[in-house]
Design a protein around this ligand. Structure first.
Ligand code: SIN
Ligand code: MN
Length: 294
């Protein structure tokens, strides 16, 4: 079956075959080059400068620079990104892998801007979600969608295949290296993991997507090239595995566990109404963490 029968370039729906599900279990990631078409990606790319220009707490800037390192929760106040959050080509393979409905745990647009984009040290995401957010299990998936081409020069995401099988690895809280504190894994451990699994860095045109396990160890170098590497990073969690603690602000770790309802496959190009509850402002209660149990 082909989707968008009227469109010039037709894209098959993402239904993972047994080889892909085995590959995900073995390596901890799957790469889908050109999953979104240039006309679809353009709508997202064109929206980014407006989002990055806003002075709102969701924009975290690089250390010593005004370049945006990451923008949080755009799906709550931007129509194209609210549609992307409900896109079946992104959501359905994850529902297939988890066998359950999903909610959006975290939504970021990472800048990694030309010359200014700083490193993301070696880390796993689930360690933070477990320790800070009390997410019970690693039943949340990371997704990277390229808005710019990712090449060997602009800080591609590096993954250590198979590292997801080790569960949560000991990490230290690095509050100094970049503007965004991260639980990072020490170099001796990384050396051992890389001896075992190597490093891959999926590269490709805008519109490519990586799905990766929330325990997969990953990092990226700084971007010294003249090319931006803007990518959307989404984390979708199985609804039954929702976080139990609201220690971090709601715009970083979402507190609404309503299952995502997919829009049709043409949603980026066609008109669909999407809720934009934070369009005018972020609700004050979402700006701060609270230590109360959820
Ligand atoms: C992340 O790990 O959340 C981001 C990594 C990157 O943007 O390279
Ligand atoms: Mn990460």
């Amino acid at each position: 079956m082909l989707l968008n029968p009227g469109s010039a370039q037709e894209i098959a729906p993402v239904k993972l075959n047994p080889r892909q599900t085995q590959q995900f279990e073995r390596d901890g990631y799957l790469f889908f080059p050109n999953l979104f078409r240039p006309d679809e990606i353009k709508l997202l790319v064109d929206e980014v400068p407006r989002l990055y220009a806003q002075r709102r707490p969701e924009n975290v800037r690089e250390k010593g620079s005004d370049a945006v390192r990451t923008n949080f929760a755009a799906h709550m106040y931007s129509t194209p990104f609210a549609k992307l959050a409900r896109h079946p080509r992104m959501v359905e393979p994850i529902v297939q892998l988890f066998g359950e409905e999903l909610y959006m745990h975290q939504f970021k647009i990472n800048g990694k801007m030309a010359f200014d984009g700083d490193v993301w040290q070696w880390h796993q995401d689930y360690g933070t979600w477990k320790n800070d957010d009390l997410m019970p299990d690693a039943r949340a998936m990371n997704v990277a969608i390229f808005l710019d081409e990712v090449n060997e020069f602009n800080g591609p995401l590096m993954l250590i295949p198979g590292s997801h099988k080790l569960g949560v690895i000991e990490a230290d809280h690095d509050t100094l290296t970049t503007s965004y504190p991260l639980w990072t894994i020490n170099h001796d451990t990384i050396r051992k993991l890389v001896e075992r699994g190597g490093i891959v860095a999926p590269k490709g045109p805008p519109g490519s997507m990586i799905l990766f396990h929330s325990c997969l160890v990953h990092a990226s170098t700084s971007n010294l090239s003249p090319w931006n590497r803007v990518s959307v990073y989404l984390s979708l969690c199985a609804v039954s595995n929702h976080i139990r603690r609201f220690k971090r602000p709601g715009y970083i770790a979402h507190r609404d566990f309503t299952p995502l309802k997919c829009l049709p496959d043409d949603c980026l190009l066609a008109h669909y109404d999407v809720p934009l509850p934070w369009r005018d402002a972020t609700p004050p209660e979402e700006l701060h963490g609270e230590l109360k149990a959820a």
